[in-house]
Design a protein around this ligand. Structure first.
Ligand SMILES: NC(=O)c1ccc[n+]([C@@H]2O[C@H](COP(=O)([O-])OP(=O)(O)OC[C@H]3O[C@@H](n4cnc5c(N)ncnc54)[C@H](OP(=O)(O)O)[C@@H]3O)[C@@H](O)[C@H]2O)c1
Length: 404
């Protein structure tokens, strides 16, 4: 493997931000390759970067079907990267991990594996690779976007710097952006709609408690955004944080949705358009949700239209030096500023920047240990510094409004 080389799989909204940010950081990323199913998209991305950034990073493109392990192995053997960043879809996590194992190359992704035929994500499939990655002496970093990702790093940082014991964690994800469409999703529509139409779930007293989709609603007054309706969802970092933050009693995840978004979603659900069960259409089997994805706006196209701000962060309640303590840490991001910098809206930006930073942590040896890890298992300090330097500065509040 060549320590100078990074292979990015995928050429969508998130991959585009990762590639832009790598090119802003040529000391760590002197050579990148973007490889995806549709090579023309990789080439377009390469020319978009060239028109935006003057960089010493050398970039190339390739076509690869990441569902096919053999194709991946052959590409990795040709290019010889030190790390592969999977910015395609969660369905490809395992094939990319298999290819990394076979070739002895480090791995990073932003979303945990889920089988295409069941809308159920869990870490068990990827945690099953722990011993093999350890034996091969390579690192796999799981879930290194914003949530999961920065939310895990924030948790490790809160644990290290602010608490003797964390009892409650609330992760709050607010998007006050407006793209002007009646309905669109901010990242891959298929993955997004599968996530939010599933049952909600939260962790309490050692077990997970299931709710109906969007059953639990709260209103929260977000710094720099204002009051928003938010709904409890299950999110993958709950599974790893419940294991890695010792003594935690409750972890919940809330995301904001407008009434307009929920009404559209309800109608689509009621008429069967969000189903992942194949149906017969003109002699072919089609999956309604995949057809819906084809007619919805491409998330990568929302960049120039989206205005407003995101706020994603975590509220911790716990104990420090025998006294109760509360701590809120968050980042706010402005859609228009992200677009001006890298040609993407803030959802892709807040995912792509941490993925670049995670790869930087591995390549510079700060997060290099053999095995498969979630981000909160690494030292948060260098990553926290890097967030401030590379576009996602964080803010702290010691008397936050708490979520009921
Ligand atoms: N952790 C977080 O905070 C967070 C937040 C948002 C998103 N995410 C994750 O980020 C990932 C990317 O999201 P996105 O919005 O960038 O999605 P996207 O715009 O739909 O892009 C997905 C890309 O993957 C490519 N791809 C799909 N299947 C492939 C295959 N078999 N082989 C090679 N390439 C393939 C697609 O190629 P084609 O164009 O040819 O289809 C496309 O370029 C998703 O896994 C999502 O869950 C994480």
């Amino acid at each position: 493997m060549n320590e100078n080389r990074t292979l990015i799989i995928g050429a969508g909204g998130v991959a585009s931000v990762i590639a832009h940010k790598c090119c802003q950081n040529p000391e760590v990323f002197p050579d990148i390759m973007v490889a995806s199913r549709t090579k023309s998209k990789c080439d377009l991305l390469k020319s978009a970067i060239k028109s935006r950034i003057e960089t010493k990073t050398k970039s190339s493109t390739a076509r690869v079907d990441a569902d096919n392990t053999e194709e991946l192995i052959s590409l990795i053997k040709d290019y010889k990267p030190a790390i592969v960043i999977n910015a395609a879809l969660p369905y490809q996590d395992l094939t990319v991990m298999d290819a990394c194992l076979e070739t002895g190359v480090n791995y990073l992704d932003t979303a945990n594996y889920e089988p295409p035929e069941t809308a159920k994500f869990e870490y068990k499939w990827q945690w099953a690779y722990r011993e093999r990655f350890e034996k091969a002496g390579i690192t796999a970093v799981l879930g290194c976007g914003f949530d999961p990702g920065v939310t895990g790093v924030f948790s490790a940082y809160a644990q290290k710097r602010h608490f003797d014991e964390i009892n409650y964690i609330d992760i709050l994800d607010a998007n006050a952006g407006d793209h002007g469409y009646a309905f669109a999703t901010n990242f891959n529509p298929e993955i997004n709609i599968r996530e939010i139409t599933s049952n909600g779930r939260y962790f309490e007293d050692g077990k997970f408690i299931e709710t109906k989709p969007m059953e639990i609603k709260r209103v929260y007054n977000f710094p720099e955004i204002g009051e928003k309706d938010m709904y409890l969802l299950y999110h993958e970092e709950l599974e790893s944080l419940a294991l890695n933050i010792k003594g935690v009693k409750r972890i919940r995840f809330f995301m904001t949705f407008s009434q307009n978004y929920l009404t559209h979603l309800k109608v689509l659900e009621n008429v069967g358009m969000t189903s992942i069960k194949p149906v017969d259409f003109e002699g072919k089997k089609i999956i309604p949700l995949q057809f819906l994805k084809a007619v919805l706006p491409d998330p990568a196209s929302l960049g120039p239209r989206t205005k407003g701000r995101t706020n994603i962060g975590c509220i911790y309640q716990g104990v420090k030096d025998g006294k109760p303590k509360n701590y809120y840490i968050y980042n706010t991001c402005v859609h228009e500023e992200c677009y001006a910098e890298v040609g993407s809206q803030a959802i892709s930006y807040t995912t792509g920047v941490p993925a670049m930073l995670g790869a930087m942590m591995v390549l510079t040896g700060k997060w290099r240990k053999a095995g498969v890890y979630n981000v909160e298992e690494f030292d948060p300090d260098p990553f926290m510094d890097a967030l401030n330097k590379w576009g996602l500065p964080w803010k702290e509040c010691f008397e936050p409004e708490l979520v009921e």
